[in-house]
Design a protein around this ligand. Structure first.
Ligand code: NAD
Length: 361
């Protein structure tokens, strides 16, 4: 069984804690007894998982912008975190076409500012920068991409995350490698490149599972834009457990820091249409979808498969929930949500179930 009791009493700073992944991660950390400060803008959606996750009074939630270095440094200085998990980002490909400059400012300069705060805060020992599978130069090939392949995302979002990787690499070499020059301290820093996540409580626009839930709520047939495009879907708890695993492992043994892919098994990389079919089967009556392919949609890269041999080898990782189980969990959550049920309890039930089944590491 996965056990994150190591986090009990640890001071963890999470950026992007008000977002979809950040809220689940913060709930996992709080359950493990960590002392959490979050630093983010207000939740990016309305409704928002953060507002229903029962985290009030359990964490210090600071509303701030990662572009505001001075403010972020004040938070680092007063909190003195030991572990930093960086999730804050403009994460939507389509929005990055509408606002490329904002996307780069947040995703690239936000990373620079974060690593500056780490550099200036001696308490920090372990950092995980959350990027994406989209950081690679997509050669539209079948074979999985390994961690040492060329970084050059196509669209502004993907490319900003490639840049965030390069910034991280430079900071590691220049400031956080102990034996480079006298006085340089060790901070273990990794990046984690995950594929598309699904799970309960995602209310973002332009993502297939939230679109399914909105269609059910509105009693409408869902229009699917790209039903034939294959994407590497995994349950949200999958990469979150790996972020926590890396942050812990590299603090204990800095030789484990590095760059890690975390993606689903091949059979769980399905088309958007198959995903909608799985949702329909899991939901039962009252959900239907139709093909509405767009003629002039902005470029979205084709399927990119990650080679995950490295995390399998280093951490004994294997996917815990396959695509059908991930959809079932999302449907279970969504039914509780639509019925006005107890969201924190549902989150904890799913987290505990996941951790019980996740035996790697
Ligand atoms: N959702 C996915 O499928 C997926 C896949 C791979 C990687 N990721 C990465 O995971 C991270 C979290 O994604 P998510 O899906 O939870 O996104 P989200 O939009 O739900 O959350 C983004 C978070 O970042 C914060 N944020 C945005 N701009 C900010 C700024 N300028 N300053 C401070 N905070 C800011 C938001 O307030 C929010 O807390 C992102 O880095 C994203 O690139 C997501």
């Amino acid at each position: 069984m996965r056990d994150f009791s190591w986090y009990k009493g640890k001071k963890v700073l999470v950026t992007g804690h008000t977002g979809f992944k950040g809220t689940w991660l913060t709930r996992m950390l709080v359950n493990s007894g960590a002392v959490v400060t979050g630093y983010s803008l207000t939740p990016p959606t309305d409704p928002a998982l953060f507002d229903m996750a029962g985290l009030e009074g359990k964490i210090d939630s600071v509303i701030g912008d990662v572009r505001d270095m001075e403010h972020m440094l004040e938070v680092f200085t007063s909190f003195q975190p030991e572990i930093v998990l960086h999730l804050a980002a403009q994460p939507i490909v389509r929005d990055s076409y509408k606002e490329p400059r904002y996307t780069y400012e947040t995703n690239v300069m936000g990373t620079v500012n974060l690593l500056e705060c780490v550099r200036l805060t001696p308490s920090v020992k372990s950092v995980v920068n959350v990027t994406t599978d989209k950081v690679y130069l997509n050669e539209e090939r079948q074979e999985g991409y390994k961690e040492d392949e060329k970084l050059d995302g196509f669209d502004p979002y993907s490319n900003s995350k490639s840049c965030s990787e390069l910034v991280t690499h430079s900071y590691k070499r220049s400031f956080f490698t102990p034996d480079m020059e006298k006085g340089v301290r060790t901070v273990a820093v990794s990046t984690a490149r995950a594929g598309n996540v699904i799970g309960g409580g995602d209310f973002a626009n332009d993502r297939i599972v939230p679109d399914c839930v909105r269609a059910v709520k509105a009693g409408k047939t869902l229009e699917v834009r790209n039903p034939y495009s294959v994407r590497p879907y995994q349950h949200v708890l999958e990469p979150l457990a790996i972020y926590l695993t890396i942050a812990k492992a590299q603090e204990e043994d800095p030789s484990l820091q590095g760059y890690y892919n975390v993606g689903p098994d091949d059979e769980d990389c399905v088309t958007t249409g198959t995903l909608a079919d799985l949702f329909a089967a899991s939901w039962g009556e009252g959900f239907a979808w139709e093909n509405k392919s767009e003629a002039n949609a902005p470029h979205e890269a084709g399927f990119l498969r990650l080679n995950c041999d490295k995390i399998k080898k280093v951490f004994g990782w294997k996917a815990t929930w396959n695509i059908s189980e991930a959809i079932n969990k999302t449907v279970e959550f969504s039914k509780v949500y639509l019925a006005g049920g107890d969201i924190p309890s549902e989150m904890d039930r799913q987290i505990n179930e996941f951790l019980k089944e996740a035996n790697y590491g």
